[in-house]
Design a protein around this ligand. Structure first.
Ligand code: NDP
Ligand code: X2W
Length: 344
């Protein structure tokens, strides 16, 4: 049994993480730390925590106990402040924010617009995408959990770029996210009347995740990747669907694309590539830790159209963090994680 502490417990990611950890066979939730609701219980804030399911919330002054495994579910900028002391006192940590996801902290500073104040700790962080860095995660004490848009995009593109079956120039990622992707903010822009029955693009053309996707795809493919990423806000609660356009290399067939994906993901428990021509929908993944990928070729334009879907709160955040937690603790990677979506 591993004692865990969750910091930022009542944000959407913290709450989803606590919900999933509550059913994890090898986890004891020791501390759920909340800045806003210390002294209350999770069930006071989220009614899906059943009456006899007691997850008490402690204040920031009562942090993790010695030896606790710590999940940081804080906004970016806050993890930068919290992680160094936790690591220095010997905790294993998974950070779910963007603060430690970059190899190059200059890129972080440019795209996040704040100084990176924990460069030494950053150098020890492993990028927690198990499909590519699982062996490093196993040995890691500090994992930077990738975000939802980035996970959905990188899993779709990395194998094809690395194997040269698509060209590196001219890639377009057109991604749509449910509103929980924005967190539990009391902001007009995310209120019911502003989001229901509406659909909009935002942060065009320089959303900060562009830089994370580019850095990781460049590393994984050995090419200098520069692409367009446009996020949209969908009037649904959960889920990300990215439609990705790329130019095919000369003469590449659908069979070759399927083979490339198969060679990367045959043993990946949560990344599933559908047969050529079948495209995933949000309902295929929401509620699960899966990423589902489908593709079609446009012979007329010489392009591939890839559709990649995840649940932003699970494979895009809390679920992937548990997958990394399992690896970091020598457990079965799939433990405590939902493998089938809700669908209905
Ligand atoms: N929502 C999503 O789909 C995804 C989010 N992420 C990342 O995960 C992290 C958490 O996201 P999410 O749960 O959506 O965000 P929320 O805004 O819903 O929650 C963040 C929580 O952090 C705590 N907190 C502590 N200090 C502060 C502070 N100074 N300002 C604001 N909040 C503070 C609060 O909880 P309390 O009061 O209980 O301490 C707050 O509710 C972020 O870094 C986000 O980028 C990553 C992938 C997907
Ligand atoms: C809908 C929405 O607002 N989404 C968030 C991304 C959430 C996410 O992926 O979090 P990370 O920043 O930790 O990766 C955004 O666009 O900023």
């Amino acid at each position: 049994m591993v004692n865990v502490s969750v910091i930022g417990a009542t944000g959407y990611v913290g709450a989803e993480l606590l919900r999933l950890l509550s059913a994890h066979p090898d986890v004891h939730i020791n501390k759920a730390v909340s800045k806003s609701f210390a002294g209350k219980e999770m069930k006071d804030i989220y009614a899906n925590f059943i009456p006899n399911q007691s997850v008490g919330l402690t204040g920031e002054e009562s942090g993790p106990d010695a030896g606790d495994f710590v999940f940081l579910c804080l906004p970016h900028g806050q993890s930068l402040k919290a992680a160094p002391a936790l690591l220095a006192s010997g905790h294993k940590v998974i950070d779910l924010s963007g603060d430690f996801r970059y190899d190059d902290t200059d890129i972080y500073e440019k795209w996040y617009g704040i100084p990176h104040t924990a460069k030494q700790e950053n150098a020890s962080a492993v990028y927690g995408l198990p499909e590519f860095f699982g062996d490093d995660v196993k040995k890691s004490s500090f994992t930077a959990n990738p975000g939802c848009y980035t996970t959905t995009s990188i899993l779709a593109l990395a194998p094809l770029l690395a194997e040269g079956v698509i060209r590196e120039n001219g890639i377009v990622i057109d991604a749509k996210s449910g509103v929980t992707g924005a967190g539990r903010k009391e902001k007009l822009a995310f209120s019911y009347c502003e989001t229901a029955d509406n659909f909009k693009a935002y942060s065009v053309p320089l959303h900060r995740h562009t830089s994370e996707i580019e850095e990781q795809l460049s590393k994984l493919s050995g090419k200098d990747i520069c692409l367009l990423f446009t996020p949209h806000l969908l009037p649904v609660k959960r889920g990300i669907l990215a439609t990705i356009y790329a130019e095919l290399a000369e003469g590449v067939t659908a069979e070759q694309i399927s083979k490339v994906y198969e060679s990367y993901y045959a043993d990946a428990p949560f990344t599933h590539v559908l047969p050529h021509g079948k495209l995933p929908e949000l309902k295929y993944v929401v509620g699960s830790n899966n990423c589902m990928i489908g593709f079609e070729l446009s012979e007329r334009t010489g392009r591939i159209i890839i559709v990649s879907c995840t649940d932003n709160l699970i494979k895009g955040a809390a679920g992937q963090a548990i997958q990394n937690f399992n690896l970091m603790n020598g457990l079965d990677e799939t433990l405590g994680l939902p493998r089938t979506a809700w669908y209905l």
